[in-house]
Design a protein. Sequence first.
Length: 299
Amino acid sequence: MPSLRQIRYFIAAAEAQKVTSAASALSISQSAITIAIKELEAELGVKLFPRSASRMALTSAGVRFLGHARNIEATVADSVGAMRSETHAVQGGLRLGMTYTVAGYFLFPLLARFRRTFPDVIVDLLEGERTVLERELKAGRIDVAVLLVSNLEDRKRIAHRTLLRSKRRLWLPSSHVLLKETKVTMADLAREPYVLLNADEADRSAGAYWKKNKVKPNVVFRTSSIEAVRSMVATGAAITILSDMVYRPWSLDGGRVATKDIAASIPTMDVGLAWLRKRRLSNVEQIFDEFLRSAAAQA
């Protein structure tokens, strides 16, 4: 399928009839024009230009394709213009709840893009625990919430859509002997000192999958700080199991954190959008939902 870049470069060359002039008009190199046209000809299976030393005159196939190319460029321009008009036409408010982990490791870059795209939407933010956000949704004090939907309790009254499934892996210091093992089991981990994160119900989730695997972790420290977990792991004080979404390879004190897959049944950490099932999403809320789904699909 020809790209818009190839089509744009072809139109410029056809109108200028010289590669040098087309390249100058687009502020790109001559080779970029030449390569794009060759790629386009290969894609279409026809010659668009019978090249000469002085000028680039279109072949009959080139003349026909130039009309199609201009229509494509005009359609894209019209679509972009229409979308810009639509985004500025979207107005309203959005009362948005989020949990700690979602706020720190998922939502804010997307929220910044949403605000740039829909500048006339006023977003009010509330951070809270999952139990608080469920209560606020049911009381009508927030419209939607982005949280760990894998932890939702009242699924009868609260609907949700999963946006991201983040795999949980073993975190350990970069020099740990388990990194050399071909297979690491939960029984192997039970012998190691373990730091347990208790933010966003991570401790409850961990308890469930440790129990399912019929072993218990050797918990030496509990904390609500992911950075504290990272530092303990990097310095060799403990290991842990956490999701890829919150993983960073370095601790704040410069230590290295490695990861490894575990030979065990461990559920993913699922992030999603939640709303009260009985109410219909407003136009702004539907647009926010579609925006998050699109952004998550590209991630």
